[in-house]
Design a protein around this ligand. Sequence first.
Ligand code: BDR
Ligand code: CA
Length: 335
Amino acid sequence: MSFYVALLLAEPIFLPNFEVENMKKVIIDCDPGIDDSLAIMLALNSPELEVIGITIVAGNSPAEMGFRNAKKVLNFLGRLDVPVYVGAERPRVREYVNALDTHGEDGLGESFLPDVPEQDIPEQSAVEFMSKALKGGDVSVIALGPLTNLAKLIDSDLDAFLSIERLVSMGGNFRSHGNCSPVAEYNYWEDPDSAKVVFDTLYDHHRMIEMVGLDVTRPIVLTPEILEDMKKKNPVVGDFVEKITKFYFKFHWEWEHIRGCVINDPLAVAHFITPDILSGIEAFTEVETGGISMGQTVVDSMGFYRKDSNACIYTQVDTAAFWDLFLPRILEIRR
Ligand code: BDR
Ligand code: CA
């Protein structure tokens, strides 16, 4: 029996309600999105993190829908105090292509949860918020969607971008095949020009991005068995997760013959919290912006270009360690 299955069968674990010293301030830049929602749930139930804001980018869902979905998730968590800002509505150069075929027509797995009333889009944009919040130098960004907002931040306030403490991005792929083309992953394929600006700027300024790509997210499959156990342990959370992932299950079966669904985005949050889950290599990496390989992350693992590394590319994942972190925290949510 694997460790995480044993964990599911065990009694629910309740985390003590404590303030962790040195809580890390983070901004979650996302496009909710089914797995983005699970990532938000994990982040807000992790005592190591202080989520100072959620910024929305057009990706899986159009930006305004992403805003409404983030509010629905925050409402479920009883955390409407977390501010949500809306950012880019389209990619830097190319036409916007949403992923509602994967995430359902409401972007939340066709759960059709009602909108949270009286939630207006703030006047301050996502990029303006980031600009201000990042100035102190102790704020990190976990990017779970296309990198459009971050490229805009580079355009308008390079100093703020360079003040990001850690930049973790779910996106890209190295040895794994893509999920939008043979070689490209959705977040970087949707806005390859922004992804390229981000990677190139990091290279120019001797900084690194932590790339949590498909190589490590593909094995993170929420199976029907895990979901059933979640429902037994915490019916309210289990039902919520079932509502938003049902559509995703169908999509994965039809397209990839996977029972269950790959939940990419929570892995980036889990990795931010602990270094124990992922390992990989450091390499110079560039994003292709056009042609048949648009959105591909070209990882120079052999050092052909003799260029300094601008990315940690994760290649190995300890799936048991992921579930060990994710499940107790999600199951602890009480509504
Ligand atoms: C990424 O694209 C979206 O479908 C998911 O939310 C994730 O961020 C995976 O390619
Ligand atoms: Ca996402």
